[in-house]
Design a protein around this ligand. Structure first.
Ligand code: IMP
Ligand code: MG
Length: 178
């Protein structure tokens, strides 16, 4: 598909992301200290870099699982209709669960995933999002931990894509059409 030309302006450096993850991991560690049944659930595909860095900062016995929810397709607008494309491999009943998301935008995805997880009766459910665009919210929801609040810009990098590209950038940048 032809793409309008664009450039990417850096918004959050790799260094700032790493520093923030270190802080967040301390808070998460305090929350889950003593647990031996924590499952860290990454939402594919956007959270794969974030979850990789986050779990390596967590000195806790954890398992990692993944869930894929439908999202933007190749566009820049939320579909608002969330479908589960790939479910968890493991059961979470009675387990502690931490859901890891890349961005909360309208809130539909996190809302849907949270309800799905709760229907499976975990012992404890917590959520973390690297980025939050609060001004875009259509469903009232907030993650237990947020990396950075950002303005209403379309961002890429650090796992996050625009039409499947730019996930491999080590920093978060905003898309600017030229
Ligand atoms: P929500 O359901 O509207 O909250 O959308 C959440 C999902 O939309 C995220 O998990 C991302 O996959 C995607 N998304 C939201 N904002 C952006 C963005 O700025 N760049 C790329 N993907 C985004
Ligand atoms: Mg996503």
């Amino acid at each position: 598909m032809p793409q309008r030309p664009y450039v990417i302006d850096q918004m959050i450096s790799a260094k700032s992301i790493a520093a923030r993850i270190e802080d967040l991991s301390c808070e998460i560690h305090d929350e889950f200290a003593g647990t031996d049944k924590l499952v860290v659930v990454g939402l594919l595909r956007g959270s794969f870099v974030f979850i990789a860095d986050l779990v390596r900062e967590l000195d806790l016995p954890i398992e990692v699982d993944f869930l894929e929810a439908s999202s933007y397709g190749d566009g820049m607008e939320s579909s608002r209709e969330v479908r589960i494309l790939k479910d968890l491999r493991g059961a979470i009943e009675g387990r502690d669960v931490l859901v890891v998301e890349d961005i909360i935008d309208t809130g539909y995805t996190m809302h849907h995933v949270q309800n799905l997880m709760l229907s499976r009766k975990p012992a404890r459910l917590k959520t973390i999002a690297l980025l939050d665009k609060p001004t875009r919210r259509e469903v009232e929801i907030k993650a237990d931990w947020t990396g950075f609040e950002i303005p209403d810009e379309f961002v890429v990098g650090y796992g996050i894509d625009f039409a499947q590209r730019n996930r491999n950038l080590p920093y978060i940048g905003k898309v600017r059409f030229t």
